[in-house]
Design a binder for this molecule. Structure first.
Ligand code: NDP
Length: 360
């Protein structure tokens, strides 16, 4: 799910997120990320009817449903537990939070909800899997786990330019999600980097708020589809800077500009801006599954019928297969679907009791 890489409430400097801090001094609902939500007796558990890989909204929603269906899932959540929402500040479009909610707090709440019903959530990265036969086997943090069914919800990661100041100013003017953070740039100037459909879509979305949107592209031709190109090129608020690379992000506690290098002449100059949206693509986190599951040309998992894969008993949820919607709420919905599919599949194969995941 692609959530904001930072929100910018009025461009105020925001707390650096991902440190487990709670807004307004509230106590965390669950253990901060980095400390697994376990009880001592559970810590040694390595077998489950369902193992969920990933702990973003898709994985944790799957865990809530699977746990409520008495499947006692283990969630192998990854070292970057919580997914992209952990580096998002304010989330204003997740239903049920009319005042908005901080991304990490939303993830802590989902995690606490999953733990409440008996999910074991561990912050370990899956290094290897063997889906050749059941029970499926997964290795994480040097430990072997096994499960009758697996839900893959490892998400996708926004690609970044790789600049030091880009990382430092994330959440302080640097973002990778216009849908999440565009609102904070009302009547301000923003720069979008990239020349594909994502960049064009982000730029067009940002015109709703920003006074000016500048698309910086490293070539003189766009990669995006014709229709998106036409829309962007014709838009009165969008200006293009061709043949240019962003080589630095400027600003002390928030973005004030970028340094550009002309890819033809090598000339450098500074372009002032209030925000920088990096839209150079996403990378699905599918590396460990590629030997077993089908991926498309961009590396996203291919889904067969509902949430299934070509391996019976292995299900998929969230951004790891969805590069179209990429929202917290769609990922959560997908996690629900995958858990219900997994539970029904287990029940059909006599591996779990009758379906209960849908009970309220
Ligand atoms: P793409 O790979 O299509 O485009 C990435 C863009 O970023 C390219 O223009 C590329 O430049 C540029 N880029 C990559 N790396 C860097 C870098 N390090 N520095 C500067 N620029 C860089 O990714 P998208 O996310 O745009 O699209 C992915 C897929 O999703 C596509 O198939 C697209 O059509 C689809 N999509 C469809 C949408 C829709 O239908 N509404 C919306 C969004 C995406 P260069 O061109 O020089 O390689």
């Amino acid at each position: 799910m692609s959530q904001g890489m930072g929100g910018f409430g009025g461009l105020k400097p925001l707390q650096i997120i991902g440190d487990g801090a709670q807004p307004d001094g509230e106590q965390p609902l669950a253990a901060p990320v980095g400390s697994p939500v376990t009880t001592p007796s559970e810590e040694g558990r390595t077998e489950a009817k369902v193992i969920i890989v990933g702990s973003g909204p898709a994985g944790l929603t799957a865990a809530i449903y699977a746990a409520r269906a008495n499947l006692e899932p283990i969630v192998l959540g990854g070292y970057e537990a919580g997914g992209q929402l952990m580096i998002t500040s304010e989330v204003e479009n997740f239903p049920g939070f009319p005042e908005g909610i901080q991304g990490p707090e939303l993830m802590d709440r989902m995690r606490a909800q999953a733990a409440r019903f008996g999910a074991l959530v561990l912050d370990v990265d899956v290094e290897r899997v063997d889906f050749s036969r059941r029970a499926f086997r997964l290795w994480a943090g040097g430990v072997e786990y096994s499960a009758q069914a697996v839900i893959v919800a490892t998400g996708a990661s926004a690609m970044w330019l790789g600049l030091e100041n880009e990382t430092r100013l994330r959440g302080r003017g640097v973002s990778a999600c216009a849908t999440c953070d565009g609102f904070f740039f009302r009547d301000r100037k923003v720069i979008v980097v990239g020349g594909g459909d994502t960049a064009l879509e982000e730029a067009l979305f940002l015109t709703k708020y920003a006074s000016e949107v500048v698309i910086v592209h490293r070539r003189d031709q766009l990669r995006g589809s014709r229709i998106m190109q036409d829309r962007a090129l014709a838009h009165p608020k969008i200006r293009f800077v061709w043949n240019s690379q962003v080589i630095d992000v400027l600003g002390d506690d928030h973005v004030t500009g970028v340094r550009l290098r002309d890819t033809v002449t090598g000339e450098e100059r500074d372009e002032p801006t209030d925000g920088l949206f990096v839209a150079i693509g996403h990378r699905p986190n599918t590396d460990v599954f590629r030997d077993w599951l089908e991926v498309d040309s961009k590396g996203y998992l291919v889904v067969h019928g509902g949430t299934g894969t070509r391996v019976e008993g292995v299900f998929v949820a969230g951004d790891v297969h969805d590069h179209r919607y990429r929202q917290a709420v769609t990922a959560a919905g997908d996690g629900c679907r995958a858990a219900i599919d997994a539970e029904r599949w287990l029940a059909e194969h006599g591996l779990a009791e009758r379906a209960t995941a849908t009970a309220w």
